[in-house]
Design a protein around this ligand. Sequence first.
Ligand SMILES: Cc1cc2nc3c(=O)[nH]c(=O)nc-3n(C[C@H](O)[C@H](O)[C@H](O)COP(=O)(O)OP(=O)(O)OC[C@H]3O[C@@H](n4cnc5c(N)ncnc54)[C@H](O)[C@@H]3O)c2cc1C
Length: 526
Amino acid sequence: MMQEAPGYGAKGSDTEVGRVVIVGGGTAGWMAAAAFSRFLNNGRRKITVVESDAIGTVGVGEATIPPIITFNSMLDIDENEFLRATRGTFKLGIEFVNWGRIGDRYFHPFGNFGQDIHGIPFHQLWLRERRRSDPGSIAEYCMSAMAAAQGRFGRPARDARPPLSALSYAFHFDAGLYAQFLRKRAEREGVKRQEGTIANVEREGETGDVAAVVLESGERIAGDLFIDCSGFRGLLIEQALGAGFEDWSHWLPCDRAIAMPTANVTSPQPFTRSTAHPAGWQWRIPLQHRTGNGHVYSSHYMDDDDATRILLANLEGQALAEPRPIGFATGRRKLAWSHNVIALGLSSGFLEPLESTSIHLIQNGISRLLALFPGKPISPVERDEFNRGMQATYEDVRDFLILHYKATQRDDTPFWRYVRDMPIPETLERRIELWKLHARVFRNEGELFAVPSWVAVLLGQNIQPLGYDPIADSLDEERVAGAISQLRRDYRQAAANLPSQEQFLRMSGAWADDPSSVSLTAGVPS
Ligand SMILES: Cc1cc2nc3c(=O)[nH]c(=O)nc-3n(C[C@H](O)[C@H](O)[C@H](O)COP(=O)(O)OP(=O)(O)OC[C@H]3O[C@@H](n4cnc5c(N)ncnc54)[C@H](O)[C@@H]3O)c2cc1C
């Protein structure tokens, strides 16, 4: 018999969302719970997380991008405590190997290249200089890239001056431990956790809104607003409401991954590595206590056995678990917010982890929802605005990921020939054409990846522009050349003065005292 769970009585008022039910306790569920308990739990709202130990979480997802720093500081999280708790390391960018051509190597760093002069982008000045001298690779003008190349790190102080102030970073961490860390905080703030598997979703006859979720035990959890963090299955948003899925696999054909952690063989490097393989690519993510590895590939061009063989042949350390296959569909939920259900995390869509954007998309959805938090009844104006914003964000990230495949010169396998020749979204086509003329990149309002990111990948994958922007000629060539070579010396020198990343983690109290005592099962395939 169904019974109302104790403590779930309506709070708020007739016009206020009083009961928020978060379905799922993976990274998305606990990030949402921690943020909502910090910003919405003013004693008038009841926030509940329902998670199923029997179903578990995806258990991978370890590399992030710099906005995660904003998310953590929104929650008043101490960075060193967070790094200790999640066995985290710093990430200064991604090294791409074999992407343009086999044997190529380039770095997509966080932060800027050089300094713009009179509003003229640095890369234009560097391109001009390249015509008359050898200014070296553009990565030599980026603080994060130079520190990464030497395995070094330093956290810029608030009052730091260039070039150290230009060091931009994110983290690698054990996503399972991050969820646990956030859970503790959320529970401290009054979030209630309900263990159990949801067997049924009840909807209101008149509006079609979700009224309650019902557990296998018969317990009924009613709510005003439901946050679907149930992972790929999209328990509420898709299975109950049928919001629809826009498939992008024709542009991003990878649909499977084999994940496998290994023991560290060196001190952890402060960057992610992405190595292209015959039908996909492999990630290497160094944490304090282990290295996360995975081979992402297209099942149309490669089977699981070959994918596993390639992964095993390209590991550096001793395996800590069996290889674990994960299937996924690439695309986005057509409506991330439908009725009174908002999808966050994998239930809202998935784009392969090539630029480590999934956790960011969770953060983006949470911030957007906080900015558009509804009353009762829900206004379609706020809902539509949320959906428009999420769609634009997903599409921006999608285009940036497709660029990595389209901008290849590889033709050694059917997979690379397919992605090199495939038609691409018109939005991306336009960007590449603009770049090819005068190396111009225009960023859409609110777009995640800034101009230097596009420059890094386009140049890194050998898409050379015909010329530079003629506006660069308004600056004196000799003086700019002097400034450029000074910058190069400054970045190199500043990086050489930094400690190694491990030294820095230890010095700042961010290294877990005894990493080997950490359970290796968190975030590790079981
Ligand atoms: C191969 C791969 C690599 C990735 N790498 C990265 C990366 O480097 N960086 C990055 O940012 N992201 C990465 N991601 C994405 C990242 O893993 C996810 O974005 C993140 O883990 C969020 O997952 P989630 O919380 O949405 O879903 P899940 O982790 O799947 O959690 C779903 C939750 O819903 C609960 N649930 C489901 N059904 C029910 C039910 N019936 N009843 C009760 N509870 C239920 C489960 O118990 C679980 O708690 C990667 C993903 C994949 C697949």
